[in-house]
Design a protein around this ligand. Sequence first.
Ligand code: ADP
Ligand code: ASP
Ligand code: MG
Length: 478
Amino acid sequence: MALIVMKFGGTSVGAAERIRESAAIVRNYAEQHQIVVVVSALAGITDIILKAVHAAKSGAQVETEACLADLEARHLEAIGKLLSSPSKEEIAAEVGTLHKQLRDFCSALMMLRSATPQVLDVALPMGEQISARIFAAYLKQIGAHGEFIDSGRVLVTDDKFGNASPDMVATRQRSREVLWPLLKQGAIPVVTGYNGASKSGLPTTLGRGGSDYSATILGAALGSGEVWIWTDVDGVLTADPRTCHKAKTLAEITFAEAIELAYYGAKVIHPKAIRPAMELGIPVWIKNSFRPEVAGTKIVAHVAGNYSPVKAITAVKQAALVGLTTQRDVHFAEIFGRLFLRLGHDQTDVLFSTQSSSENSLGLVLREADTEHVIQIIQHVFRTELKHHVLAPPSVQRDIATIVVLGESMRGQWGVLARLFSAVARLNVSVIAVAQGATELNICFAVPSARADEVVRAVHQEFFEHQHQESIEAAVTA
Ligand code: ADP
Ligand code: ASP
Ligand code: MG
């Protein structure tokens, strides 16, 4: 029997009815396959925990209490609607203990008024600790052998709290020790997504949205045949459906395309989740738990279909452009090299960069959240150059968006840039910066944030909503 790791995101376990449907999916597939389930917290729960923790840290007792009460009510409602006695009482008691731990945690923060990422990693995965218990108990109730597993027992990470990375060797060993015996007995391990533990056993998290990453890490560690990510859309779409109603589901995309899409903001998959699967060539499917009959999108090394050069369009809407210009005859590659080294050391991502030799200038397009930090780095690293006017003070342009057009088949194609920027020009939008990746996998450009959605829709129309495009897709799906 082939092993499949199935991850259910927040909306797929959002409330009793959603858990019921997702568990039914698992039970059906378990007849033919070995299944390891990875679950997120109920939709919105991690945000509520974070809100409670921040409120507690700032001493806002009423707000903290409101968050905790909301969270407890959501969980108790799901338990009440899903489970019958005696499992209902058992799980309610276990979940009650976790609620109490979260309350104690918030009380401690009210006194301490601070929390390091290490401390936060104790509280943030509590949503998963609860949802996985409920999911496993419900599976048992419908005749499938669900077994709750805390991922802290199997997923070993480094100690970069809040954004940990797996130690694959240790994780392979632990997950095989803990999960294989269960699978051999016909059980369905229900593993908490998002969390792990450092080698010394301290709780860690994999970054927001990290349950996708948990699933591919476990898929790789167990050598699973496939990883299925169940979510609330039919698969990977040609654009974010919230921005572009005409976005279409892609039957297949490559690992490289999925990495680009995720890096540039397509929330449907976590940016780090593809690599563990890609390294072992494990196909990853994105599927809709609301419509399990739809095939979804298969993410693989190579795609078979004959697709248009542009596969998808995505956007990072909160970005800023930081400009640096040398004012004297200096070797600016050496100067800017120091900056990139430092950014690498800090693990700060640059969305894209542009460099012009004649003006000796460098443009860095950054996530808005990273901008202040990067300016501080510039002021520190180049304090001497700035003081002696070798460098002009950094310029900052805020409220911009990075739009990314991507597709492996763009490589070697002519005319894509012309069509792209003609579509943008028809909107009278001025392009602030542009870069085409040397691999020709993506074209990144910056526009004013306020125009980002319009630009995405116009570019989508240009590449996906023309008659000839539809005929290509019809041929592919035929
Ligand atoms: P989950 O809770 O299941 O992890 P997420 O909310 O993290 O789900 O991701 C799914 C969402 O990703 C979709 O509802 C959709 O709005 C968004 N999304 C953004 N870009 C894309 C895209 N190109 N294709 C599909 N979904 C996308
Ligand atoms: N619950 C976590 C979050 O909201 C992880 C996840 O859902 O993937 O970030
Ligand atoms: Mg997600």
